[in-house]
Design a protein around this ligand. Sequence first.
Ligand code: BGC
Length: 411
Amino acid sequence: MRDALRFPDGFLFGASISAYQTEGGNSNTDWWWWEHIAATPCSEPSGDACDFYHRYREDIAMLAGFGLNCFRFGIEWARIEPAEGEFSRAALAHYRLILDACHEHGITPLVTFDHFTVPRWLHEHGGFAAENFPALFERYCARAAEALGDRIAYACTINEPQGLGSSGWLLGINPPGHTDDREGAQRAVDNLLEGHRRGAAAIRSRAGIPTGITLALPDLQYEDGAQPGSSSLELESRVSDWFFELARQDDFVGVQTYTRFRYGPEGPRSPGHDWSDSTRYLVETDETTQMGYEYYPRAIGGAIRRAQRSCPGVPILVTENGIATSNDEKRIAYIDTALREVLACLAEGIDVRGYLYWSLLDNFEWALGYAPTFGLVAVDRQNFTRHPRPSASWLGTVARARALSGVAESV
Ligand code: BGC
């Protein structure tokens, strides 16, 4: 084993999930509303999801059994504050039990406070664009941090906030489903920036937890002569700069990427760049994934370097990286290449503290329903039985050894 293939002491290896995509029965949220309206773009409702709400113990034991040492999961605002200003002790106690299970198994827990959803009562007042969103989010973060903070290792305020304004107010692919509402999109983005600022301060002051934001960072590659365009992705990348500015004050920055997007003189040239084009989905080929993205596992290196340039000196955690595929060997090759990129970034002196694969479980992929399979573990949709794939024990073996094997990557 060459040292070049070894990760530093204390490096975190794990897997991520979100609350809404796995818990099931989150009927008090804007997404549940969205899935059930007549004009929904969702291919199916989330329903019971993976029933993680009841099966978290077996899932955490399973993750630890693979050899992983870190788990990112989410808490659902709509359960914790089911009506404005009414906090549920039972919901907070439930999340405390999940954290206890992590500690029992020696798993470092990273908790996301908001992953795309808002409670229904907040949705009725405008969701992320509601006038008092920052204050409401701050209060929720404070209450959750007071109740859970002593058990949380890392807190993430808002997941991938950069796309929430455009997907909900310009493209109409997320709730509230507005299109071309520039004012609404701008209000949502401003609120999310302020929400992160205030939420992170509340979490730090109540519980002193290292806190940050998790950013969607596709590897954007511009060829000679490429003109900066106005695709939704490029717009989003401008919004990312505002979040990077905030992240410079954070304790870590969460890096999340799945592919690259290339731009040439004639415009975008990668498959899957147009997020409003639903025909791109689920046509997996040797070159593309089930998301219609280019198979490009090296994207994580570009994303880490982009985060490092934008927030110099802020520690980096890869909080999501993965592939939707029906071929688990392709998944292993993807993670292998991605981890080699992480090692290359470490060798360049970048402070990367961990790698979390998305996702532990096959789960509800938003408007695409359950068709894309990202999981290290398959989930039987009839009875929720977990079926670990070979990639799960493969990644666990890497985690235990804290090293990749010397065998050259196959893709
Ligand atoms: C999101 C997840 C999603 C994953 C795969 C990320 O953008 O945080 O919720 O499931 O990508 O598409």
